[in-house]
Design a protein around this ligand. Structure first.
Ligand code: SAM
Ligand code: SF4
Length: 450
């Protein structure tokens, strides 16, 4: 017998709130497009919506717990609440537990099943708690409406989902399922639709995006390099990026593409997680410090100006002070342009959560502060080294000041420019005149023909 709530009027307006990674941002956009195609209206900023979709993240405990405080905040002054759908990885990981923990949720839908939202909304309107955490391979992509409506100048395109690597700390293989590559033709169609709708940059997304593989339209097996090279032929598409990559999947072809495909941007997010081999082994990372550094060296040989980014976890179970110092050493060696760093967060059901030697929170705090201070120093240095350089930026959005626009360099730095005759979507050549820790300021050197 299905759980019930009270029947509700079918929603007319909706809001999707996405948390976590870029893949969630992409899923949020696809849900928005699908609900709009169903005739629902997206509620404006600050306006009450009939349906709120919380597109959640389960990667760390804090992110996962956030959903419950957000649900509480959706209660209106008169005690009523909108129809609430919990989507994303918390929905996948916790499933029916969510509706046991709170009576305020009407729909629970996993990241592989959100194309069924319209049916779930109908069920919820009938007063049934609607739950769908199926993983029907990648059929959601076949069921979703074509792209285009909400395309941005810099658009995301998910090409690969799930993960078979099973790092011992990570929930992704459980919440997103096995590694699946979307077919070549489907990706090309979506890319064309995005470009037709105004996208000039596409970032290909996947949990292990560089493991993407598939057959091209001539039946030849291709990898991420082949995909990027084919996308580069699309007129109107100026820039291609991809994230997140695994060190073991940096193929020779992909490294070479960084050297000779001008539309492939000189930026690589390549997480290593730790600078110590014993910890990497305990994490089941399947690469060593040396093999990682060798990949970096080869990428730099192919594209000397490439900007590198990474992810680090401090306080993995049993990590000693000396092992943490090794992480500082690898950061010092690589000198990343920017990095993400996290305190280890035990995730239910992952092997590391049951490992001996869980590190005390205050030790993790101290390690994270030291690591972030070093990463920030390198980021400031990287940005400062751009001052005086002439480079193209792609204008993506408005800045805070009148007439100000914000664009991105090929190395993914934000640049503020104030020139009235420029528009979002323009590619413009600028001289970088100053740099801060998080952004640069530029002056157009000359308008580039679009
Ligand atoms: N597939 C990517 C890779 O292999 O690097 C990463 C995907 S994961 C969504 C993003 C980052 O979250 C990871 O690189 C890792 O640094 C961090 N992360 C994952 N699980 C974590 C945990 N249990 N505690 C802290 N950070 C975690
Ligand atoms: Fe998680 Fe590891 Fe897979 Fe990345 S490679 S998604 S960290 S299991």
């Amino acid at each position: 017998m299905p759980a019930t709530t009270s029947p509700k009027p079918a929603p007319q307006t909706f809001r999707v709130k996405s948390f976590g990674c870029q893949m969630n941002v992409y899923d949020g956009e696809r849900m928005t497009e699908m609900l709009a195609a169903q005739g629902l209206t997206q509620a404006g900023e600050g306006v009450d919506a009939d349906l709120v979709v919380l597109n959640t993240c389960h990667i760390r405990e804090k992110a996962a717990e956030k959903v419950y405080s957000d649900i509480g905040r959706l209660r209106r002054d008169d005690g009523s609440r909108p129809m609430i759908a919990v989507a994303g990885c918390v929905a996948q990981a916790e499933g029916p537990e969510i509706t046991r923990r709170t009576k305020s949720v009407d729909i629970v839908v996993g990241p592989q099943a959100y194309h069924r939202l319209p049916e779930l909304i109908a069920k919820a309107a009938a007063g049934e708690v609607a739950l769908d955490t199926d993983m029907p391979a990648i059929s959601k992509f076949d069921a979703l409406p074509a792209r285009g409506r909400s395309a941005r100048v810099s658009a995301f395109l998910t090409v690969q989902e799930g993960c078979d690597k099973f790092c011992t700390y990570c929930v992704v293989p459980y919440t997103r399922g096995a590694e699946v590559s979307r077919p070549w033709g489907q990706i090309m169609d979506e890319a064309r639709a995005l470009v037709d709708a105004g996208a000039r940059e596409i970032t290909l997304l996947g949990q292990n995006v560089n493991a993407w593989t598939g057959e091209d339209d001539k039946g030849r097996v291709q990898g991420m390099d082949g995909l990027a090279r084919e996308l580069a032929k699309l007129g109107g598409l100026e820039r291609i990026r991809y994230t997140t990559s695994h060190p073991n999947d940096m193929s020779d072809g992909l490294i070479a593409a960084h050297g000779d495909e001008p539309k492939l941007m000189p930026f690589l997010h390549l997480p290593v997680q730790s600078g110590n081999d014993r910890i990497l082994k305990a994490m089941n990372r399947s690469h060593s410090v040396d093999s990682y550094l060798r990949v970096i060296e080869r990428v730099r040989e192919a594209r000397p100006d490439i900007a590198l980014s990474g992810d680090f976890i401090v306080g993995f179970p049993s990590e000693t002070d000396a092992e943490f110092e090794d992480t500082l050493k690898i950061v010092e060696q690589v000198r990343y342009a920017q990095c993400y760093s996290f305190k280890y967060s035990p995730r239910p059901g992952t092997p590391a959560a049951d490992m001996d030697g869980q590190v005390r929170p205050e030790v993790m705090d101290e390690r994270l502060a030291r690591l972030q201070a070093l990463i920030n120093r390198h980021q400031v240095e990287f940005n400062a080294a751009t001052v005086g350089r002439r480079t193209d930026i792609l204008l993506e959005r408005k800045g805070r000041h009148p007439g100000q626009l914000i664009g991105k360099t090929p190395w993914l730095q934000s640049v503020h420019v104030t020139v009235p005759e420029l528009f979002i979507g323009d590619m413009v050549e600028v001289d970088i005149i100053s740099a801060g820790p998080n952004s640069l300021a530029g002056e157009p050197s000359r308008r580039k023909a679009a």
